[in-house]
Design a binder for this molecule. Structure first.
Ligand code: GLU
Length: 382
């Protein structure tokens, strides 16, 4: 049996909520879900990642996009989510399919066991021909534990399900080499290296939380996992299929020709930094995926992490060289590094080889990866 094509479609708040009234835009939903029904009829699995819960809930709690603070938005999301899902459910039924709500938080992506559990659930829904509608569970997520934007959340979903295509529907027709309102802005139809455009894309949308910058960060995650990303205006008939068949303008971000394995892609594509290490320059120069990072290699560290968290590994200049899964908690590692002459077993009370990151759990970063700035604490130290 051939594998079904999987696509993830991310839909921005401004398409789903009327900017003035903050009510659902049923006309848009009709056009979107008619197209999705058609794609499904052609044998494609579709997963939607939908924003809009905050925008749709604001009026109920007497707030506006401008007036709402963090806790207002959390309350608004609780009010808006049923409205949003109800709209999808009604219109989905018109086109003959069922939808399901999948609310996720940062931990569902960053913790590998939860990542796999979530993936199983999404696949189970697809097996039953139900369209999963994914959103962040904004109501219960505080600043420290949230993804924050649905662009990267949707990219993680695309990676999770091994999507073929990731379509980001938004209010602009794609990527420009500078702010599209500036004279002379040039449209970019195809991108290989998103790093070239990161500086040109600062700025945010009015209703959602993302902007072109988060879209490019998302596209970078997708390309690492072998997924093709498309950024396009959503306000048209057949908003998804017209992008995929190339019949209208969009920005296509190419998948990397040698994508990372599922495991390496999970390690390398982070949403939040749990902790970081600085290693010696000599080790940084010779570091490869075949050699572990040992306790004696660690010059300094930051963060409060647990076993199984991914660490960002820097050289002494603060340049990120690798990411890898920690075999120790930050407490254990602090004890190990501050007592270099005492055996690990004696310090920790269990047998261990003292490998902080095993070679199988280490991913070397290359030019194609967007590197993270080193936390200030470690830049100051080196
Ligand atoms: N989760 C937010 C919402 O449902 C949207 C976040 C975003 O727009 O990126 O309103």
């Amino acid at each position: 049996m051939t594998k079904k094509r999987n696509i993830v479609v991310k839909i921005g708040s401004a398409l789903l909520a009327n900017l003035e009234l903050l009510t659902p835009r049923y006309g848009f939903l009709q056009r979107l879900l008619e197209d999705i029904a058609q794609l499904r009829a052609e044998g494609t699995n579709v997963i939607l990642c939908s924003s809009g819960s905050v925008a749709l809930g604001l009026r109920i709690i007497g707030e506006t996009p401008e007036s709402a603070g963090v806790s207002d938005k959390q309350a608004a999301a609780a009010c808006g989510m049923p409205l949003l899902l109800n709209a999808y459910k009604q219109v989905g039924h018109e086109f003959g399919f069922d939808i399901a709500q999948v609310l996720l938080t940062l931990g569902d992506f960053e913790d590998h066991r939860r990542f796999l559990n979530t993936r199983n659930t999404v696949h189970r829904l697809l097996e039953s021909n139900v369209v999963p509608i994914v959103n962040e569970n904004d109501t219960i997520t505080t600043e420290e534990i949230r993804v924050g934007d649905n662009d990267r959340l949707a990219a993680k979903v695309a990676q999770m399900v091994g999507a073929d295509d990731f379509v980001i529907l938004t209010g602009v027709d794609g990527l420009y080499d500078r702010n599209p309102d500036e004279p002379g802005a040039k449209f970019i139809a195809e991108v290989e290296d998103v790093g070239m455009y990161m500086d040109a894309t600062k700025g945010k949308s009015t209703l959602g939380t993302g902007g072109m910058e988060t879209k490019l960060l998302a596209a970078n995650m997708a390309q690492e996992a072998g997924v093709t990303t498309w950024i396009a205006q959503g306000e048209v008939d057949h908003p998804v299929s017209s992008v995929l068949d190339g019949s209208r303008r969009s920005t296509k971000i190419l998948p990397h020709p040698n994508p990372l394995s599922g495991w390496d892609s999970w390690i390398a594509n982070r949403l939040q930094m749990a902790g970081s290490l600085v290693i010696s320059d000599s080790l940084a120069a010779s570091l490869s995926g075949d050699r572990p990072i040992r306790r004696e290699d660690v010059i300094s560290m930051t963060g409060d992490f647990t076993r199984g968290d991914v660490l960002h590994i820097y050289d002494s200049k603060g340049i990120e060289r690798a990411r890898g899964l920690s075999d120790f908690t930050s407490e254990e590692l602090r004890v190990l590094t501050s007592n270099p002459d005492t055996q690990a077993e004696q310090l920790l009370g269990y047998r261990t080889k003292g490998e902080v990151v095993r070679s199988a759990n280490l991913v070397m970063l290359e030019n194609r990866h967007l590197l993270w700035d080193a936390p200030e604490e470690i830049v100051g130290q080196v």
